[in-house]
Design a protein around this ligand. Structure first.
Ligand SMILES: C[S@@+](CC[C@H](N)C(=O)[O-])C[C@H]1O[C@@H](n2cnc3c(N)ncnc32)[C@H](O)[C@@H]1O
Length: 227
């Protein structure tokens, strides 16, 4: 068992309907390949291998496995769900915690990564609080990396298609996607409708190193502004 502050298996609750759909949306191998492609696009090959990296909202940890495959050694993950964390088996230390209150000292980590997590927060105040925590925990010169859904014509098309009953019957993946969207609809819709305020919150805390919007995603790398 890897070092971990997560709860023991006997305390882990059964997966929620959202977690069940998330588990069948992509296999772990597909997810790792996706994360590796993204890390490449985000410039991860240039990050020092000794960086202390935390994947926040890490779920079952496939983003961490992608970082392991790139030879990063000092890895941690944070997620609210002990059931998802329990599915991660690797060398990173995992923490069952709320990312609005990160369990780390000030200026103690080099890189914090979120992939598909911020849009699960209830509202902009929670996003602001989480970005404040990220900025507190990062060392000066560190990096915040975010990949989140973003409203683009492509994303609208994917939603339109995935909600067709025939498509859902024919494609397990599309059905899983529509099920996840159903269970997270309120927060997800609020997130997608808040592009400008979200970019303003990012700009308040970070200086962008990379920012790309396309194919239904925001891909962002920023360094913390001086506090
Ligand atoms: C779409 S999943 C993304 C997981 C992983 N990043 C991935 O892409 O596979 C969103 C994750 O956010 C977690 N989550 C939601 N709210 C959270 C919070 N306030 N603090 C920590 N994790 C949270 C959920 O448990 C879930 O694992």
């Amino acid at each position: 068992m890897s070092p971990s502050s997560r709860e023991s298996a006997s305390e882990v609750a059964p997966p929620s309907p959202w977690e069940e759909a998330y588990a069948r949306f992509e296999t772990p191998a597909e997810e790792r390949r996706k994360f590796l492609r993204r890390l490449h696009l985000l410039g991860a090959e240039e990050w020092p291998k000794q960086s202390q990296i935390v994947e926040i909202f890490c779920g079952r940890g496939n983003g961490i496995h992608a970082l392991e495959a790139l030879d990063f050694q000092r890895l941690e993950g944070v997620d609210l769900s002990p059931a998802l964390l329990a599915q991660y088996h690797g060398r990173a230390v995992t923490h069952a915690a709320d990312c609005r209150h990160l369990p780390f000292e000030d200026s103690s980590r080099d890189i914090l990564i979120v992939q598909g997590g911020l849009h699960h927060l209830e509202g902009l105040r929670d996003v602001e609080q989480t970005l404040g925590e990220v900025s507190r925990v990062l060392r000066p010169g560190g990096r915040f990396v975010a990949v989140e859904p973003w409203r683009t014509p492509f994303l609208d098309l994917v939603h339109w298609v995935s909600e067709k009953p025939l498509v859902r019957r024919l494609s397990n993946k599309m059905d899983a996607f529509a099920t996840m969207t159903h269970y997270e609809r309120d927060t997800y819709e609020r997130w997608l409708a808040s592009a400008e305020p979200i970019l303003a919150l990012l700009a308040k805390r970070f200086t962008p190193e990379r920012q790309r919007i396309g194919w239904g995603k925001l891909m962002y790398v920023g360094t913390p502004r001086r506090r």
